[in-house]
Design a protein around this ligand. Structure first.
Ligand SMILES: [Zn+2]
Length: 237
């Protein structure tokens, strides 16, 4: 995580039609603009002197719904700028503990529901593992999987409270079974886009890890975990 005092300005990059990637230092958010509403996925690091809402307002004048993929600090920083924040119910306790926001503005998002922004539908998929209430969003028309931190070209953080490698494996198997529905994966960190096959690489790496076949390595920066990598996927655990 970068030094919170030294964050660069937010940067919006168009990515296909009515889609923006908003880069916030080492994490990114996504804005999808429909004919009726706009959908903002995740809310960055936050930090004084910067505003995600102001940037979004330069991109669309549609009403904006904020959905967070999970309640890690690098995904919820600007959530307080929005009237309502939607998340899986299993993330709400952690979110309210961090943000001190515990009222009707925090709304549980049912898994398997669809978000309709007008001309574009997003299916909500519960993918526990990285966190208990992690979700991915399937952009049905754009054929994109917005994966949060659950699929990444870099090792996935799997250490600390609430992380569950077994649940993660089940979630990856579920996503792998849906690969005919998307052509690209948009992760929150690291290289973008990723091919759908990254999911299978993660399954294989998790299987190898659980079988005790991977050698622990020192992470590139200090953290209370080891790094395990195999075949282009891996974990900090
Ligand atoms: Zn993250």
């Amino acid at each position: 995580m970068p030094d919170m005092m030294n964050l660069q300005p937010l940067k919006a990059v168009p990515m296909g039609e009515n889609t923006y990637v908003i880069e916030d230092n080492m994490v990114r958010c996504f804005l999808f603009v429909g004919t009726k509403h706009a959908l903002l996925v995740d809310a960055g690091f936050g930090g004084e002197g910067r505003s995600l809402m102001e940037l979004v307002r330069t991109l669309t004048d549609k009403s904006v719904e904020l959905v967070i993929t999970h309640a890690d600090p690098d995904h919820i920083g600007f959530a307080g700028e929005f009237d309502t924040v939607y998340m899986h119910e299993s993330e709400i306790a952690r979110y309210t503990a961090m943000e001190g926001r515990n009222d009707e503005s925090v709304v549980p998002l049912a898994a398997d529901c669809a978000i309709d922004i007008g001309g574009r539908y997003f299916e909500v998929l519960h993918v526990p593992g990285h966190t208990p209430g992690s979700i991915a969003l399937l952009d049905c028309e754009g054929r994109i999987l917005i994966a949060g931190d659950s699929v990444s070209g870099m090792p996935v953080f799997m250490f600390g409270e609430g992380r569950d490698i077994h649940a993660f494996m089940e979630s990856m198997k579920m996503l792998s079974g849906m690969k005919e529905a998307f052509d690209a994966i948009y992760p929150s960190h690291g290289p973008i886009p990723l091919p759908p096959e990254q999911i299978d690489k993660q399954i294989e790496a998790a299987e190898m890890y659980l079988a005790g076949k991977l050698t622990p390595q020192e992470p590139p920066f200090p953290m209370p975990a080891k790094m395990y990598v195999h075949g282009g996927a891996g974990f900090y655990i």
